[in-house]
Design a protein around this ligand. Structure first.
Ligand code: PEP
Ligand code: MN
Length: 293
């Protein structure tokens, strides 16, 4: 471990990796995130209708996703953008879980929403704009569900781990970290995927780390390449946006994959997942960046 990192991160005692700590595995029903499986979470940016969500759930499940994503409460930068269906959206997600057996990840935007969202969600998503919403993080500490904590778009990794520590200190050790791209001077992508964040986080923390290539890329054609990078660098999974008709999506259509594109991405990931698996067996510390103790 780089000695600089040690001092920087070790104060986050509940989420920092120590020589004695094991990697944490977050269990959601029969799914293990942070174990040997590469767990794909996929679905629309926003829940728009029952038909849209059910069709997407079936398509992504068939292609190998284990968890359905979809926002019922949408944090949008523009007040003119679609703000989500709220509780109606949560009920649609619930139906999709019953129909397909997929677990559900969906966002809670404020502490007031936490109890209601937790009734429907298997994993509570914290969006990039909420990473520093400390009352929300506190409330998630006792929601009884794992938390998917997305990195703030201008947050350092130290700040991300600070937020993870807040959730853990409030009573919830089941936190999954998500690198979703950060703001830089580059304009050809919506955000810059900080791919180095994955091995850094896996070195300094025992928490699982996933990558969201959709919000990093901002355009669907780049999503499969970023997903492959995530797989070989040792991420524990992906969060990917998929829509039956990306061109008609009410939010983030440009970066959403069609069903066919998602299937192709999953197929094309296979050889990379095989490399990941081989590397884990040969040199666990290579992929896990610091090893499984
Ligand atoms: C999302 O996952 O749809 C989302 C709003 O992501 P982020 O918070 O990373 O922008
Ligand atoms: Mn989105």
């Amino acid at each position: 471990m780089n000695p600089r990192w040690n001092g920087q991160f070790s104060r986050f005692d509940l989420v920092a990796k120590t020589s004695a700590s094991c990697r944490s595995v977050v269990r959601v029903r029969d799914i293990e995130i942070g174990g040997s499986d590469f767990v794909v979470m996929a679905g629309p940016c926003a829940v728009e209708s029952e038909d849209q969500v059910l069709r997407t759930a079936e398509a992504v499940a068939e292609a190998g996703a284990r968890i359905l994503r979809g926002g019922a409460y949408k944090p949008r930068s523009s007040p003119y953008a679609f703000q989500g269906l709220g509780v109606e959206g949560l009920k649609i997600l619930h139906k999709a879980r019953q129909a397909t057996g997929l677990a559900i990840v969906t966002e809670a935007m404020s502490e007031e929403d936490v109890e209601l969202v937790a009734e429907y969600a298997d994993i509570m998503q914290v969006g990039t704009r909420s990473m520093e919403n400390y009352s929300l993080l506190e409330a998630l500490g006792h929601c009884g569900r794992p938390v998917l904590l997305k990195r703030g778009m201008t947050a350092t990794l130290e700040e991300l781990l600070c937020s993870a520590q807040i959730v853990a200190t409030a009573g919830n050790p089941d936190v999954i970290l998500c690198e979703r791209g950060i703001r830089t001077f580059e304009t050809s992508t919506r955000n810059t995927l900080d791919i180095a964040a994955v091995p850094v986080l896996k070195t300094v923390s025992h928490l699982p780390v996933i990558v969201d290539p959709s919000h990093a890329a901002g355009v669907s054609c780049l999503v499969p390449a970023l997903a492959r990078a995530a797989a070989v660098i040792g991420a524990d999974g992906l969060l990917v946006e998929v829509h039956p008709h990306p061109e008609q999506a009410l939010s983030d259509g440009e970066q959403s994959l069609s069903f066919r594109e998602f299937r192709d991405m999953m197929d094309d990931l296979e050889p990379y997942l095989a490399i990941r698996q081989q590397a884990r067996q040969l040199r666990p510390q290579l992929v896990a960046a610091g090893g499984t103790h």
